[in-house]
Design a protein around this ligand. Structure first.
Ligand code: CMP
Length: 282
């Protein structure tokens, strides 16, 4: 299946998001602590601090995945374990649409990427798409509809076989409402995304195509132990074109020039960025 054509693809979320709740005392989906009453989440009637009550022991993999996310890491260990015990694990193959822009029928939940990679994109009626972001392990999605109840703001598609930890909406809101540190860390993450979106708007509005390509490459790069900036994950010219609103042909031309100017070099599928590339992105 090709990576384009969001709207024609199977929407994996339908049917797949049915909730098999565990570790819950209610008929609805909330996870209650001892001393809490359904519909009164947050009001503790028990003067003793709540103790973990697990229907199933939390999986170490799920705990480790959640801990990678700064706002879950802000939770006390017992709360993190309690949340992990009610989270579910889901696997999807490569090129599977998990959420579709405009969808209002799937059940909101917070998805944390345990392994693999996804792209966040928006598309028009003709299937032309813009990639807003590429996300990998330790990152999350699905929070927008969960928070405001509006339809999905973007499409989410796997670009590699991926595994997710899925936190139910009511559990997420319950823990958020009871942990100020978590709420603050969550806001920090949302603000970070807003800053990234601002940077993207700036580059689209104010930079030429060289600058935009350079900025994408720098954003995607990781530092090796010897201080080199490299992109190890497969990044196609088509992907770059969709991230910066340019044609694939234009990106090919720019990449060729950047190689000739010794700003970047290719070593098999690995792209190495040279120090002078930064100047193109300013
Ligand atoms: P939601 O609207 O529920 O479903 C689509 C998701 O895409 C959205 O939540 C966010 O998690 C994610 N998303 C939307 N816009 C961006 C963006 N600019 N950067 C990163 N993720 C985004």
């Amino acid at each position: 299946m090709s990576s384009g054509g969001w709207r024609n693809k199977q929407v994996a979320s339908r049917g797949a998001l049915n909730h098999d709740r565990v570790a819950t005392l209610t008929t609805r989906s909330s996870l209650l602590f001892p001393g809490q009453v359904a519909g009164m989440a947050g009001l503790s009637l028990d003067p003793m601090p709540p103790r973990p009550r697990f229907a199933v022991p939390p999986s170490p993999t799920v705990i480790a995945t959640l801990r990678q996310v700064p706002f879950f890491a802000a939770l006390p260990e017992a709360d993190l374990e309690r949340l992990a015990s009610s989270a579910r694990q889901k696997k999807f193959p490569k090129n599977m649409v998990i959420m579709s822009q405009g969808d209002e029928n799937d059940s909101p939940a917070l998805y944390v990427i345990a392994s693999g990679r996804i792209k966040v994109g928006i598309s028009d009626q003709e299937g032309k798409e813009v990639i807003l972001s590429m996300l990998g392990p330790g990152q999350f999605f699905g929070e927008m509809s969960l928070i405001d109840g509006h339809p999905r703001s973007a499409n989410i598609e796997t670009t590699e076989a991926s595994e997710f930890v899925v936190v139910n909406k009511d559990d997420f809101k319950l823990f958020l409402s009871q942990n100020f540190d978590m709420a603050l860390a969550f806001m920090r993450e949302i603000v970070r995304r807003l800053r990234e979106a601002d940077k993207k708007i700036e580059s689209l509005a104010l930079m030429d195509v060289y600058g935009r390509v350079a900025r994408v490459l720098l954003d995607m790069a990781e530092k090796t132990v010897d201080g080199k900036l490299v992109i190890k994950r497969r990044l196609t010219k088509q992907d770059i074109a969709r991230m910066i609103g340019a044609s694939r042909e234009m990106v090919s031309r720019v990449m060729k020039d950047l190689v000739e100017m010794n700003h970047v070099s290719f070593h098999g599928t690995v792209i190495v960025l040279n120090e002078n590339l930064g100047a193109s992105a300013r």
